[in-house]
Design a protein around this ligand. Sequence first.
Ligand code: IPE
Ligand code: IPE
Ligand code: MG
Length: 249
Amino acid sequence: MPLLDKIERNRLPAHIAIIMDGNGRWAKKRGMERSEGHKEGVNAIKKVVEAALKASVQYLTLYAFSTENWGRPTEEVQQLMDLMIYAISRETPDLKKNGVKICCIGDMDRLPKYAATAMEECIQETAQGTGLTLVLALSYSSKWELVAAARKITADVVKGVLQEGDINEETFASYLTTCDIPDPDLLIRTGGEQRISNFLLWQLAYAEFYFTDTFWPDFGENDLYAAIIDYQGRERRYGKTSDQIERVQ
Ligand code: IPE
Ligand code: IPE
Ligand code: MG
């Protein structure tokens, strides 16, 4: 039976987040330049987006470029930007046709002008999509996001738009870049490392984690389905006991 058919449709993770890691090592293993790994990584994105659409996943967040990644050699940063922006522009018509809505989280002010403009165009073009919401974390880090939220909250309290007593988990979340997006149910990290590298620290509070040694360029449709099936075997207790969870089901 194909893996897709083994997925229980009524227990899908509504939101899957992926730390796409291992492009460089994928290339090194083959005696290639790191940029070749990034090129293959972009192809893997296309495969995984198509797989998510087939499985009817509602939200897919991809960690494409972190705040810390700005510290890589200038040439690699430039190659990554060019690759991502070229791919996004090339794929926009197909994404639109498939009902994909693109969103972006991250510090867009740090992107080169051409990249920010291309992203903005893609966001506008696909704004009416009602199928999969594809969230690209670009120039993103969780600590950046949390500090930005604290600043906005402080400014609103000073202005009198927000009362100190009204700050709770819900209002706090509404100041994050992910305010319109439910928290991820499943976090996948490829490439063998078991860390979250400054990704969605708040939003991952109750996500299920899935780590695989597969390098991102090798990650495909069936790897996504295997992760979903693994997720469906977990019991999410949210601090409660197993008995309490079974009684609700
Ligand atoms: C992930 O692959 C892509 C980005 C971080 C942009 P890496 O480039 O981190 O690949 P490794 O971890 O060095 O193999
Ligand atoms: C995390 O990968 C960031 C992205 C996948 C965009 P890194 O390769 O940058 O993370 P570290 O340095 O191994 O933690
Ligand atoms: Mg890496």
